[in-house]
Design a protein around this ligand. Structure first.
Ligand code: ADP
Length: 430
């Protein structure tokens, strides 16, 4: 250790990291949880160490994106120091299973002595049945396959990651955490569509998504601001995928996303809320089939579709193209409408919380949303907003505004430990 610290002083943080990860960890068996979040063209992973005191500490976080085109592999350690940054040649054989083998090889090389005791997965849809995280077995995996039509762009990839882990290590316990689970307790009226009731019973209902993020953010709010968390809160998860959720006393009351992850807010490439008559019109009068409409609604709409410039909010904010500005205006407009609706679902609003990529990083979007929500008693403190403080509202603001970075991976790691019967420290933050 003395030699490592000495080298650190000479050669900087990076060497210190390497000393720690490669040499010291070699001598002790580190218990760790692997968390996987598989998308259509990406595989994100995090490795959490479970310490003797029961705390979960991030060791590494990485992702492979561009699966199916030109894969790009990046990994950072807990301090954000880059451990890998590779562009791979395009190869149709590179699928989720291949990527998982590469991740496994990388982790074995960098974290020798690591003992993976479980893997936790983000699974988008739990259907009517699954209201909580659960330990997977072949029967459950089969049931989750039957939900693919409800989340065609996410569920197959979540399941591919589960199968890839099984192939690599058949005895490793795997836990599924569902994005729909947090919303399970909503009242029936919040889950209904105005279709004949028989459709509701067949599972055609509002489920809501981003539940792992909402669960994490509301737990953290409860830990840090218990009085606020006990009230009427709207959480705005504004990322590439975006939704909002009314949370009262820590429980989901209503959500902007519904049957699929298409409904609600405008997203990076997804349309959000749409008159169903538009789909009928596209089918009958524009000569489009279901597959073409799926591509239009999931991949060609949203910020990208309106602006014609990009799905990335940073690029739109930097762009002077009129349609880029229109896309941002509509993004904010939809948030304002959903905020009003979700406040109505709770008969009031005590706090608004921003989270995820845009919510955490764009002071400009937060400012615009808050200005449109003055009628709800929101007064933003411009300085606090620009500085990305935790509390963003003026002291005398009737409704408070907060910024809480989400951490879906930590939430999944916690649930994985719980499902494996491993004691973890009570506090969500380590
Ligand atoms: P997801 O997890 O759904 O893929 P993220 O939560 O990572 O998405 O959010 C991605 C979005 O966050 C992108 O639109 C990106 O432009 C936006 N974003 C990230 N940083 C900033 C920033 N500094 N300003 C504005 N938008 C940002």
């Amino acid at each position: 250790l003395r030699r490592c610290l000495h080298t650190c002083l000479c050669d900087g943080k990076r060497y210190f990291q390497l000393c720690f990860s490669r040499k010291i960890r070699l001598r002790t068996m580190t218990k760790a949880i692997l968390v996987l979040n598989a998308g259509s063209s990406s595989l994100k992973f995090s490795v959490f160490e479970l310490t003797h005191s029961g705390a979960l500490t991030l060791l590494a976080k990485g992702k492979i994106d561009g699966i199916g085109s030109t894969p790009h592999f990046t990994v950072k350690d807990q301090l954000g120091v880059s451990l890998a940054h590779e562009h791979w040649a395009a190869d149709t054989l590179i699928d989720h299973a291949y990527c998982l083998r590469e991740i496994s090889t990388f982790l074995r090389q960098h974290y020798q002595g690591i003992d993976f005791i479980g893997a936790g997965h983000r699974v988008v849809h739990g259907g009517i049945k699954y209201a909580a995280p659960l330990l997977l077995n072949p029967g459950i995996i089969k049931e989750l396959e039957s939900l693919i039509p409800l989340a065609p762009l996410h569920q197959p990839h979540n399941l591919a990651a589960i199968r890839a882990v099984t192939a690599l290590n058949p005895t490793l316990p795997q836990v599924a955490c569902f994005d729909t689970a947090f919303h399970h307790g909503q009242e029936t009226v919040a889950k209904l569509f105005g279709l004949p009731y028989a459709y509701f019973e067949r599972g055609i209902r509002r489920y809501g998504f981003h539940g792992i993020s909402y669960e994490y953010v509301s737990s953290l709010l409860k830990q840090q601001q218990p009085a606020v968390a006990a009230g009427k809160v709207v959480i705005a998860h504004l990322g590439n995928g975006a939704s909002m959720c009314a949370v009262q006393d820590g429980k989901s009351v209503a959500s902007s996303m519904s049957f699929t992850a298409l409904d609600g807010l405008l997203m990076g490439t997804r349309s959000g809320n749409l008159d169903p008559g538009v789909v009928l019109y596209l089918l009958e009068h524009e000569g489009m089939d279901a597959k073409q409409i799926e591509v239009l609604l999931y991949a060609q709409s949203g910020l990208l579709g309106i602006s014609g410039v990009s799905s990335d909010m940073r690029e739109l904010l930097d762009s002077s193209a009129p349609l880029a500005q229109l896309a941002i205006d509509y993004f904010v407009h939809r948030i304002s409408l959903e905020l009003g609706a979700l406040a109505a679902s709770m008969n009031g609003l005590d706090a608004l919380v921003f989270t995820a990529g845009i919510g955490e990083n764009s002071a400009e979007i937060r400012r615009r949303v808050c200005l449109k929500a003055q009628w709800l008693g929101i007064q933003i403190n411009q300085q606090a907003n620009a500085a990305a403080d935790i509390c963003l509202s003026e002291q005398n603001s009737k409704t408070s505004v907060w910024l809480i970075p989400t951490d879906e991976e930590l939430m999944i790691a916690r649930h994985t430990c719980e499902q494996l019967g491993l004691p973890i420290a009570h506090r969500i933050l380590n």
